[in-house]
Design a protein. Sequence first.
Length: 283
Amino acid sequence: MSHLILQSPCLNPVAIEKIAALVSANGVQELGPTVVRLLQADASCKEVVQAECERKGIDFAFLDNIQLLRECRILAMDMDSTLINIECIDEIAAAVGRKEQVSAITEAAMRGEIKDFSESLIRRVALLEGVPESALQQVYEQRLNLNAGAERLVGEAKKHGVRTLLVSGGFTFFTEKLKARLGIDEAYANTLEVRDGKLTGRVLGDILDAQAKADHVARLAAELNATPEQIIAVGDGANDLKMMAKAHYSVAYRAKPVVQEQARYALNHAPLDGIINWFRLSF
């Protein structure tokens, strides 16, 4: 038997009762206005629960046992559309009227339709040639926002001694700012080449792709002697799947279908700090 965590900004008592009956729960523990824990839930009913939760706008997570957050070692996160609300490359492209072209490639890559991420990034960055470097700062100041719950998730992880890792197929201009802003321990991304105050349309050095993301998680896991059960990895696109495969707590955040299918958990309604609710014995 498992614990079943249900979360939603609008958690309906009638829906909770119905799901509790579906899983033959031994009790319902209210953990807050937007989250409950169903005790002794039958995990074999997962498909039925998933269908009901999709209809009611509820996120669910079956947990064999409740682990404490301090027992985890690593929180690995994607940046664009996961930690933050935008795809930075699309917004940079808007500065030269090429957002539609770049966004189309971005979407195809995230859905997994373009298998070679490096190729897709090279194609997109080439369309940025001639963009003033100042456009990056404008995107950061005017377009970029943290997704709901991001700051609290990182803060709680750090408070409990969890190493925080930001790994992005995006750009160091943004990851470095977010690292400083949130106190993230490590951040890795791609570096845009700039000459005479303008983007050249090229990336410097090796491209940080899906395998590189996974390699950073594996390296840190080896350094900290962390098992998959001690790793949380959060992403939204196909480029995150290899990284997420390193973690027991693989979390699809507002993710593309290919990621939803392969992740162990999903947050489609609750904010990012909903992850914290899986690791608390009581409130």
